[in-house]
Design a protein around this ligand. Structure first.
Ligand code: NAD
Ligand code: UD1
Length: 332
């Protein structure tokens, strides 16, 4: 089986390439290196002992995608490629709508022309918006998105629904990730945020490495047990395995799955666990709440367990250990 992995040199894509290769599935990578480095390819080859075909193409150009499909017998596509920085999308919405929507539409057009109608799409918990209860299930309707980035995810989900309604020979799997963190246990691949990170785990990493002085914890007056925000953190290797299971096990048609642990962890719990397992101190101070943040949400992941036979295996301890192992490796 040959799978086109768009954005396959990025954080989640690279870990998924490893898990596909481990299952004897052949990944073909396309990435324009906007948010990744070519050296990730060598790391992937080192981890798996296999060689991969990389196309350094931009997916907004249809001829590029055509060329990949002309040169390969592709069975399915896992579509990771896109821009993902929430704050940047607020500052530059057109850039986000243009890249995320155009690349997806061009990709779908080429897939249709080549009669390749199997797609896995990277969506996000952000499409739920604010719900009445913090435990999000796939039965809930999409809510109001709070950033242009989130809106691109909701719009693409809608495009995929319309496409399926027009032709139900498509098999479309929408995976809604909660908070992907951690790194491969080899320490060779992990998350590479540009500039000062906005997300919690990459920020903790910069403070641990001494690049940044203090972690700002955004609020300790939320209605949660320790007052800090609660999220559902998922180890990126578990997440990558979820994609393989989805390809192998999802029923025909259009299906949506939450990929998450089902367990909420607070900011302070994450910081304390990071300190304990790595024997380090993280300087932090409590500051104002970050506008737009919700107090608490986590997933109900039972649908993925029942239908795909997938659940997370790694713990918050594993996440903290593996993330720091990757960071330390880079410093050496
Ligand atoms: P990433 O930025 O590390 O990887 C995305 C990759 O896509 C990058 O390597 C980038 O160079 C490439 N890319 C972007 N636009 C492209 C284009 N036009 N043509 C070719 N390549 C292009 O991001 P990630 O964390 O691995 O996320 C993967 C997907 O999962 C994204 O769609 C993201 O929105 C989604 N997602 C991520 C998270 C998260 O927290 N990381 C959460 C929910 C959903
Ligand atoms: C954010 C995005 C979401 C995206 C996800 C990727 C928003 C509103 N949501 O989610 O669309 O899919 O990242 O993982 O931006 N925190 C601190 N200090 C920090 C950073 C974060 O205290 O320096 C807290 C936040 O208040 C929150 C938790 O840590 O309670 C997690 O934050 P973050 O990693 O940014 O993820 P989300 O806000 O859940």
């Amino acid at each position: 089986m040959k799978i086109l992995v768009t954005g396959g040199l990025g954080f989640i894509g690279s870990h998924t390439v490893v898990e596909l290769a481990n299952e004897g599935i052949e990944p073909i990578i396309v990435d324009n290196l906007y948010n990744s480095k070519e050296e990730v390819l060598e790391k992937l080859e080192k981890i798996t002992g296999k060689k991969f075909n990389l196309y350094k193409y931009d997916l907004t150009e249809k001829e590029n995608i055509e060329r990949i499909f002309n040169e390969n017998e592709i069975d399915a596509v896992i579509h990771f490629a896109g821009y993902k920085a929430v704050g940047e999308s607020v500052k530059n919405p057109l850039m986000y709508y243009s890249n995320n929507l155009i690349s997806t539409i061009k990709l779908l057009e080429v897939m249709k022309n080549h009669n390749v109608k199997n797609l896995v799409f990277s969506s996000s918990a952000t499409v739920y918006g604010m719900q009445e209860t913090p435990k999000y299930t796939e039965k809930m309707k999409r809510g109001d998105t709070t950033s242009p980035y989130g809106t691109t995810k909701a719009m693409i989900e809608k495009i995929l629904e319309d496409l399926y309604a027009s032709d139900n020979s498509w098999n479309i799997i929408i995976l809604r990730y909660f908070n992907p963190v951690g790194a491969h246990s080899s320490g060779l691949i992990g998350e590479e945020p540009n500039g000062i990170p906005n997300n919690l785990m990459p920020y903790i990493m910069k403070v641990a490495s001494g690049e940044l002085e203090t972690l700002n914890i955004f609020g300790d007056d939320y209605p949660t047990p320790d007052g800090t925000g609660i999220r559902d953190y998922i180890h990126v290797v578990d997440l990558a395995k979820g994609h393989v299971k989805a390809l192998q096990k999802a029923p025909k048609g259009l299906n949506v799955y939450n990929l998450a642990s089902g367990k909420g962890t607070s900011v302070l719990e994450l910081v304390n666990t990071f300190e304990r397992v790595n024997n380090l101190k993280i300087n932090y101070k409590i500051v104002e709440r970050r506008p737009g943040d919700l107090a608490e949400y986590y997933a109900d992941p039972t649908k993925a367990y029942k239908e795909l036979g997938w659940k997370t295996e790694k713990t918050i301890e594993d996440i903290c250990r593996d993330a720091w192992n990757y960071e330390k490796n880079k410093m050496n």
